[in-house]
Ligand binder design. Structure first.
Ligand code: APR
Ligand code: ZN
Ligand code: ZN
Length: 362
């Protein structure tokens, strides 16, 4: 039995319960979780913004140590430090074969299959296939990437979602060129990672936007050149910083139609707006036929920073080791499993950047 933060229904608090993980099957890996970031997508799955069946153990931004490998697993062994990948590419589908592994048709397969049971025998689903709000989890082999032994294992958890998504949006999806002007809307773990990605890409202007002054301060420390409130004069202020044009690239890192419109409005004619946030299916953004023509902007979605984990995880680890990407600065709280409800509450109010759940601590 292992302790896990179990969610039984939309809007309920998670409860710490003992669950029994199913035996590690062929092609699976059992991992002792070192740490798990709390991502806004966990909150969106918990509050019904995104669809989720119950009961479930959420958590999809995790790192840990391999406890056991199933038959046929050779790329990791017991004792290896690993990063968990919530959308592991199968390597064989049309998207994987056409260099779009982040759109793999099988990436979400594990999330649909129960992986454990509660004390009363009820089967439990693994949130996004990873279920890292627990002491241990069982995941598909493709969902673990070996980490170097020297890396700070707990902080490396952030590479599982926020950092890969935020930097990947800049490097892979938008392909920001050196000297570009950028704006990042929403400075949670994802947005602050986009800011860092823009700095590494040598963007000349990085405008960080968030209502929370602490996060704007953090963004400036992480490389933003300007930090602004989402006030009514935001567009005017952004144009003043960009030769009257607007930014070459805007990144929406909130997950709402309203902030997609904001990001779009900050983008210059012919520029690109990248939607990194994940919003609800009924939250509609409107564009007039004329403005689509007139502004000639590109509006693109972005899944998991268009990442190919095999390529991007080693690249990110190099940036972290060289001090170009700061993981520690993103962590504003370290909590036990029993702190997940408080972390969700803080996130709802926009307080704090990343909360890091360390299951061994409580
Ligand atoms: N303008 C700018 N920022 C805003 C606004 C707004 N109108 N409203 C909220 N924000 C800020 C919040 O203050 C917060 O700092 O957006 C930030 C969102 O951060 P988190 O809640 O920590 O979310 P994060 O985990 O970073 O994820 C961002 O990416 O992966 C998706 O589902 C995820 O949609 C979510 C998005
Ligand atoms: Zn996430
Ligand atoms: Zn695939």
């Amino acid at each position: 039995m292992v302790r896990a933060a179990v969610l039984h229904g939309v809007g309920e608090p998670v409860r710490i319960e003992e669950i029994e993980l199913f035996p590690t099957g062929p092609g699976q890996v059992r991992v002792k979780v070192a740490a798990s970031g709390v991502c806004h997508s966990d909150l969106s799955l918990a509050d019904g913004t995104l669809d989720q069946a119950f009961p479930v153990v959420l958590g999809h931004e995790g790192s840990g140590t391999v406890v056991e490998v199933g038959e046929g697993v050779t790329h990791v062994a017991q004792g290896d430090p690993v990063l968990l990948i919530w959308a592991p590419p199968c390597g064989e589908c049309w998207f994987c074969e056409h260099a779009e592994p982040h759109l793999c048709v099988k990436a979400m397969d594990a999330a649909r299959v129960p992986y454990a049971r509660l004390a009363d025998g009820t089967e439990v689903l693994p949130g996004l296939g990873t279920a890292t709000f627990a002491e241990e989890t069982v995941v598909p082999a493709a969902g673990v990437v070996k980490l170097p032994r020297g890396a700070a294992l707990a902080e490396a958890a952030l590479l599982g979602c926020a950092v890969t998504t935020g930097t990947g949006a800049v490097w892979n999806t938008a392909r920001v060129a050196a000297g570009s002007s950028t704006a990042v809307i929403g400075l949670g773990g994802v947005g602050l990672s986009a800011v860092q990605g823009a700095r590494v890409a040598d963007a000349s202007v990085i405008i960080a936007v968030d209502p929370d002054p602490d996060k704007r301060k953090l963004a400036l420390a992480l490389g933003a050149t300007d930090a602004l409130e989402p006030a009514p004069d935001l567009g005017k202020r952004v144009r003043a910083l960009t030769g009257g044009r607007g930014v070459d690239h805007a990144f929406e890192c909130v997950g709402r139609a309203a902030t997609i419109r904001t990001a779009w409005g900050l983008t210059r004619r012919g520029g690109m707006t990248t939607v990194v946030g994940v919003g609800g299916k009924d939250d509609k953004a409107e564009f007039s036929a004329l403005e689509l023509f007139h502004f000639a902007r590109t509006l693109t979605g972005c899944v998991y920073g268009s990442t190919d984990p095999a390529r991007d995880v080693p690249r990110l680890l190099e940036h972290v080791a060289a001090g170009r990407v700061d993981l520690g600065a993103l962590v504003t709280a370290r909590i036990g499993l029993d702190g997940v409800n408080d972390a969700f509450a803080a996130m709802r109010e926009g307080r704090g950047a990343r909360s890091l759940v360390v299951p061994a601590s409580a």
